[in-house]
Design a protein around this ligand. Structure first.
Ligand SMILES: Nc1nc2c(ncn2[C@@H]2O[C@H](COP(=O)(O)OP(=O)(O)OP(=O)(O)O)[C@@H](O)[C@H]2O)c(=O)[nH]1
Ligand SMILES: [Mg+2]
Length: 458
């Protein structure tokens, strides 16, 4: 079934083991297979189309790394694009839930019957209580299914969270109102409203949910959807989004063997982030949404992605070594300097990189002392990028009027351009000397931090 995508791709690229940029024909052939794979994973057609178009743009002309095949390269590009599309743009603090407003903050859980609303409500209450130290009140608005309210009661007991006591005959909107009132009176931070599910979308149910939403003004309206949902996912999600207005999606049963196509469809169609995922029946089995996990199961080829990642690390290492050798010969150009900045930026924020290195405290102090931060690197990179290739190779040619132009082009100032040129001159000199005297070690000692190529021996 799906594992065969890998085989299909290697078929297309048979005999194509040469390195070089990806050609349009290769990319097209691979994307045809990926299109089929996505459809097999139950991703909705319009979403597949958009996605494939986007990936094609990205893939064209990309270098194929040594030791991976073009097919594997395409898979990696597709995987990254999937992760990007599935990821939320929110700088998600925890799950990116808006729970820090004026208490009590309401969270409304909606979705089809059996999608996991009640279970997820209880899991979420526990999570917010434990991780965010919130006082949470749970309320069941499900007056239709017998024992629905008791189910929440039981889960509340299990998780040690308060569930509002039901009153016989009370209607959903009234229950919601009472829950908010109780929340206010008794100092709850969050009120989670668990609604009733239906087998299919029906208007009466939508109207009820819309009324509840208007009465409680929830900070979050979460669509709880089963990862196993097939093509219905799109209809469900867009209907709920149009009628009720979603703020996010919770994908349940990610622990099952569903391929996760629904996630991509719902994300694509609603544009709403998937904030959480259910990964089991236990009350702790709720996690922040992991885009790469779901992308991996949509493509079913995590191993390929890992392989390409490793290959790209090797290539980066080789690049770094090449630059280091050039530096020692005193041929360190402004282009090399820009390359260094790019590498640094690609690796993430400086603080993040330093956090990953053992014994980073000392390095961090050195960076701070030299005022090297991400913003400064970005500005310096911009300055170099505003030069012509000729200027980058011949810094001596950069006269006063060129400096003005470069400063304007990079949104910096002439003194900043001067400083960068001076820094480059000093580095090139220093490297030449160090190269004559004795190797990399002494060189690294004298280099301003921020200029050390990643991957160089320290
Ligand atoms: N494996 C697994 N099971 C889940 C997950 N989330 C919910 N379930 C199970 O799915 C079943 C239905 O969950 P409920 O929470 O009752 O679903 P619901 O949406 O409230 O159902 P209705 O109220 O009838 O519409 C339960 O047996 C849950 O244990 C999950 O992430 N993984
Ligand atoms: Mg329920």
């Amino acid at each position: 079934m799906f594992e065969s995508l890998s085989d299909r791709l290697s078929g297309i690229f048979d005999g194509l083991t040469r390195r070089g940029a990806l050609k349009e024909a290769d990319v097209d052939a691979a994307l045809r297979e990926i299109r089929v794979a996505l459809l097999e994973a139950d991703v909705a057609l319009p979403v597949v189309k958009d996605f494939i178009d986007g990936v094609k743009q990205k893939a064209m002309g990309q270098e194929v790394l040594r030791s991976v095949t073009p097919g594997q390269m395409v898979v990696k590009i597709v995987h990254d694009a999937l992760v990007e599309m599935l990821s939320s743009d929110d700088p998600a603090d925890d799950a990116g839930l808006a729970i820090h407003g004026n208490p009590p903050v309401a969270i409304l859980m909606v979705g089809l019957q059996g999608s996991g609303k009640t279970t997820t409500s209880a899991k979420l209450a526990k999570r917010l209580a434990e991780r965010e130290k919130k006082k949470v009140l749970l309320a069941s608005l499900d007056v239709y299914r017998p024992a629905a309210q008791q189910q929440l009661q039981v889960l509340g007991e299990q998780t040690g969270q308060t569930v509002m006591t039901p009153i016989l005959g009370e209607q959903p909107q009234a229950i919601a109102g009472r829950a908010m009132e109780t929340g206010r009176r008794e100092g709850y931070d969050v009120v989670i409203l668990d609604t009733a599910g239906r087998l299919a979308l029906d208007q009466e149910m939508m109207t009820e949910v819309v009324n509840v939403r208007m009465a409680t003004a929830p900070a979050e309206v979460l669509l709880v959807a089963d990862a196993m949902t097939g093509q219905d996912a799109v209809t469900i999600a867009s209907e709920f989004n149009d009628r009720v207005g979603l703020t996010g999606i919770v994908l349940t049963r990610v622990d099952g063997d569903a391929r996760g196509g629904a996630a991509l469809s719902m994300r694509g169609v609603t544009g709403k982030p998937i904030k959480l995922m259910g990964i089991g029946e236990g009350m702790d089995a709720l996690d922040t949404f992991d885009a790469s996990r779901v992308a991996g199961s949509i493509l079913g080829m995590g191993d390929v992605v890992g392989l390409v990642e490793k290959a790209s690390q090797v290539v980066e290492q080789e690049e770094a070594e090449k630059i280091a050798k050039k530096m020692l010969k005193g041929q360190f150009t402004l282009e090399d300097m820009a390359g260094q900045f790019k590498q640094l930026r690609k690796m993430g924020s400086l603080d993040g990189i330093l956090g990953m290195l053992p014994g980073a405290q000392k390095a961090k102090a050195a960076f701070d002392q030299h005022n090297v931060d991400d913003k400064m690197i970005a500005r310096q990179e911009a300055i170099i990028l505003s030069m012509t290739p000729h200027e980058r190779r011949n810094p001596k040619a950069i006269n006063g009027s060129r400096r003005k132009r470069i400063a304007a082009g990079s949104g910096t100032s002439v003194p900043e351009v001067n400083r960068l040129l001076k820094q480059h001159r000093q580095m090139a000199d220093m490297m030449k000397k160090a190269g004559k005297k004795g190797g990399l070690k002494s060189l690294m000692g004298g280099m301003p931090p921020g200029m050390m190529p990643p991957g160089m021996p320290r």
